[in-house]
Ligand binder design. Structure first.
Ligand SMILES: *Cc1c(COP(=O)(O)O)cnc(C)c1O
Length: 408
């Protein structure tokens, strides 16, 4: 009898995007001529940097010749990419990371979900609320989250992020072993200062916990004093794994490339109390279950580290941040309360008095023909909030803001 992993049956169906799609489809049926503006997008809309396109074309040609062919590559990624990552993403910021601490992958979603493989089922995890759903579901599959009461899992420690704490999570009251942090944040668009992140590193060092730091939106940071890597904080190499992605940085959502840093100093504990290094464990996990990101993809990713590549990446992100500024300015002038959109592509908007996340969704869709994302879909603390995305054209963003201003 092939018994299944029963934890899969505990996964809560993520109705959010299905519900949105259903409502949008119904709207389209009854309003075939309406021009919908989609501001719920968590995907890039601009073409990839030209340097990446050129590098990938060239890499395809390498495969057309037996003398430059690349078959299976190193599971951890090619040295040419790992060395550029180390030099530009870390050494340039005064962080001493070496190439064998960097594991290139097919993206941050897989890595943030797969990292649970190297930890015991008997650990206590903490997540922020609202949150990127992958962190929760990957732990549900491992059977680590306890019982679901319709709102909360019994064995997850929730760290509420709301207007009272400025969307900055407070330390948990009970001791936790694994802490998921994502900054710049999806969905709230907020960032942590060095001092605010240091509070978490100090907690982790004191309680022997590990921080899983998702820095997928690092390239959007425009404010001074905001750490680009958790390793800019003293001691973080002893308590943190960092995830990066080329998806939002260079438009690689469809190409697929990211990387994870597991420092050599980082350790966990065996059931008998001995310390074990996590870097060789993650290496073993990857070499067993993963065969590396494609050569073409890694050549494309490497191209962003040239001066011209850096310029093109900045130009594309500036384009989105311009949209974010348009949204912020318009809504702030109208009296909306919001955060995010300065060093992040998302704006987290308080819904008007008395309106739930879904009420506001229905209003924007039916009256203004704008699609966004109801905040409650990211967690209970998201109720009464709405996520608008700057992944769009200037024209659409401006038109959406005009509709909201004119209420039509
Ligand atoms: C988009 C996103 C990622 C990136 O995932 P990829 O698999 O690299 O495309 C990671 N974390 C968060 C929170 C995201 O929003």
């Amino acid at each position: 009898m092939a018994l299944i992993n029963g934890n899969f049956l505990k996964l809560q169906n993520n109705y959010l995007f299905a519900d949105i799609a259903r409502k949008v489809a119904a709207f389209g049926q009854s309003n075939p001529n309406a021009k919908l503006i989609r501001m719920g997008i968590g995907d890039v809309t601009r073409p990839l940097p030209q340097v990446c396109i050129d590098a990938m074309h060239k890499a395809v040609n390498d495969l057309a010749d037996s003398t430059t062919l690349h078959g299976y590559g190193p599971e951890q990624g090619y040295d040419f990419l790992r060395e550029l990552i180390v030099k530009y993403d870390f050494n340039a910021r005064g962080v001493d990371i070496s190439a064998d601490e960097v594991f290139v992958s097919d993206g941050a979603k897989s890595d943030t979900a797969n990292i649970v493989d190297i930890f015991s089922d008997n650990i206590k995890i903490a997540i922020t609320d609202p949150v990127y759903p992958v962190y929760v579901d990957s732990n549900v599959i491992e059977g680590r989250t306890g019982v679901y009461d319709g709102t909360y899992w019994s064995n997850i420690t929730y760290l509420p992020c709301n207007s009272e704490n400025g969307f900055v999570p407070s330390l948990p009251r009970d001791k936790v072993d694994l802490i998921y942090l994502c900054f710049p944040n999806n969905p709230t668009g907020t960032v942590l200062t060095k001092e605010q992140l240091k509070v978490w590193v100090d907690y982790a060092l004191e309680h022997d916990s590990i921080i899983l730091f998702d820095a997928a939106y690092e390239a959007f940071i425009r404010e001074e004093g905001i750490p680009h890597s958790i390793y800019e904080i003293e001691g973080a190499k002893r308590c943190a794994v960092e995830f990066r992605s080329f998806s939002k940085t260079a438009g690689f959502t469809g190409v697929r490339c990211g990387y994870t840093v597991v420092p050599r100093e980082l350790t966990g504990t065996t059931p008998s109390g001995e310390r074990v290094h996590l870097n060789p464990m993650w290496n073993r996990r990857q070499t067993t279950k993963f065969n590396g990101a494609s050569y073409i993809t890694q050549r494309g990713a490497a191209a962003i580290y040239s001066p011209e590549g850096q310029r093109q990446v900045k130009e594309i992100i500036d384009y989105y941040l311009h949209n974010a500024a348009t949204i912020r300015t318009t809504l702030t002038k109208m009296g909306y309360t919001l955060c995010g959109g300065v060093s992040a592509p998302y704006i987290w908007v308080r819904t008007p008095e008395g309106m739930s996340s879904w009420d506001f969704f229905d209003h924007l869709l039916n009256d203004l023909h704008i699609v966004g994302t109801p905040g409650v879909g990211f967690g209970p603390e998201g109720e009464g909030y709405f996520r608008l995305s700057s992944f769009n054209s200037h024209e659409n963003t401006r038109e959406a803001m005009e509709r909201i201003r004119n209420k039509r």
